[in-house]
Design a binder for this molecule. Structure first.
Ligand SMILES: *Cc1c(COP(=O)(O)O)cnc(C)c1O
Length: 463
């Protein structure tokens, strides 16, 4: 299995190299040269299996000879041992043919754990075999950083350095980053904004001497291995609801387009996914693109669903590559135009193809809050704002009534307690396993918004 860049200029890589590299050298994203197909009988045979076994069978064809079957099974087992719910990603019914898949049973209470926990174990196995050690750096506005820390804490091949904007993340998010005791975890509170943190990470990567000295690596949302890990739960959900004999639709709270693109990959593998609904908040670039055929960035507004507050959706480039007939030059031209003018128009054929597989809907703050209140009143469920946006979009975009609709529940309500309490009057409690989060001692390292100082801290702290 080879991976090629969406811009057509970088060398093709195997799974291991694509995972370790992340972004391609031509600025593109890696995609599989061919998407493996699962026959209906193979999909039917997934019914009743454990989450781990489904994960093994779905991902196996993508990884080539990176791991032996038994090593890969062990990696998957270790990754999901951190999800106490035996189903890992359980379905909850909210109405006739209407479901939520809870993806928040991992250590940081958001769906990013599903991919990150697996990536942590895959990095450890690959780096251990190579006798290498890397420093993973990332900037976070909250969820990604804590998921990365939980994935890499205590692993002996990796230091993990996360920059977050001092005073600008929620208390739960901050505590998830500052309370792990392992020496290879370094959460740095930068005196600046999230954009400053991102610029610092970029500058570290562009400082080639530093980059080589500390073995810099990244696990951001464009990493192919993250997309792959997320394709698995589309299979477990659809098979539970009758696939391959029955089509299933999904509504996906969307930011960088990684999670929903994983659903598209599942569909290309042969899973009968009917519609994929792009659910957005006020930052609705993708919803506007589906309506108008023009992809246009308009700046970010802060919302009650902060993990979806994005200006552009980086993983959308992977779908563009397909819509443009896998022509890297056309993708490059579109991305250059976006950089220069803030927008580009999709060709008519591409828009039609996009609308065939995807629908979209936008939910503003009032609508999202009303949904949280109604859901609590009708079902007793307390939803987080991201998941609630998914349910609003599912209701708006639902096609045929006989096709089951699954909304991806991307976070636990306790991660966003203020918005949830304002909406339905209930302050969601943390699950018992982390009820002491507010009592655990914090290690807070405040650092100035200064590249040299931060690089010095990284050098000094690295194990
Ligand atoms: C990251 C995130 C999203 C958006 O996922 P993408 O893969 O970026 O589209 C949605 N909800 C929550 C809670 C998240 O953390």
């Amino acid at each position: 299995m080879r991976y090629i860049s969406t811009r057509g200029q970088a060398p093709a890589l195997d799974f291991e190299a694509a995972m370790l590299t992340g972004l391609a050298r031509d600025g593109g994203l890696y995609v599989p040269e061919q998407v493996p197909h699962m026959a209906p009988a193979e999909i039917a045979a997934l019914a009743g299996l454990s989450y781990e076994e489904v994960a093994f069978r779905v991902m196996r064809p993508f990884i080539g000879d990176c791991f032996t079957d038994s090593a890969f099974r062990e990696i998957i087992a270790r990754a999901y041992a951190s999800f106490p719910h035996p189903a890992r990603c359980p379905l909850v019914q909210i109405g006739p043919n209407d479901w939520i898949m809870e993806l928040h049973h991992g250590p940081t209470l958001a769906f990013k754990d599903v991919a990150m926990q697996l990536i942590g174990q895959m990095f450890q196995a690959v780096l251990g075999r190579r006798g290498e050690r890397v420093t993973i750096v990332g900037a976070t506005s909250g969820d990604t950083g804590s998921a990365a820390i939980e994935a890499f804490r205590g692993l002996d091949t990796v230091d993990v350095v996360i920059l977050y904007p001092h005073g600008r993340v929620s208390e739960v998010q901050r505590r998830q980053m500052t309370t792990p005791v392992e020496g290879n975890v370094h959460a740095l509170a930068v005196e600046g904004t999230f954009d400053d943190c991102q610029a610092l990470v970029k500058a570290m990567f562009n400082d080639f001497a530093f980059r080589d000295e500390v073995g810099l690596a990244a696990v951001n949302s464009i990493n192919w291995a993250r997309v792959l890990a997320q394709a698995v739960y589309y299979f477990t959900a659809a098979v539970s609801l009758g696939a391959p004999g029955r089509r299933v639709s999904f509504s996906v709270p969307t930011g960088n387009f990684g999670d929903i693109f994983a659903g598209h990959i599942a569909r290309r593998m042969g899973l009968p996914v009917d519609t994929l609904v792009i659910a957005t908040n006020e930052n609705d670039i993708l919803h506007r693109t589906l309506e108008s055929g023009v992809y246009e960035s308009r700046g970010v507004v802060a919302t009650i669903a902060p993990s979806m507050d994005i200006q552009v959706s980086s993983n959308f480039e992977r779908l563009l590559f397909e819509l443009y007939g896998e022509d890297g030059a056309s993708v490059t031209a579109a991305m250059d135009e976006l950089k220069a003018t803030g927008r580009f128009a999709l060709p008519q054929g591409a828009v039609a193809q996009l609308r065939e597989g995807f629908a979209s809907a936008r939910s503003d703050k009032d609508t999202t809050m009303a949904l949280i209140a109604r859901m609590h009143r009708d079902t007793g469920l307390v939803l987080d704002p991201h998941t609630a946006i998914g349910v609003v979009a599912a209701d708006r975009a639902r096609g045929e009534a006989e096709v089951p609709m699954v909304t991806l529940g991307t976070a636990h309500a306790a991660k966003f307690p203020d918005a949830v309490e304002a909406a339905c009057g209930v302050r969601p409690a943390l699950p018992a396993r982390m009820a002491d989060l507010y009592e655990r001692p914090e290690r807070v390292s405040v650092v100035p918004n200064d590249l040299e100082r931060i690089e010095a801290v990284v050098r000094e702290r690295r194990q």
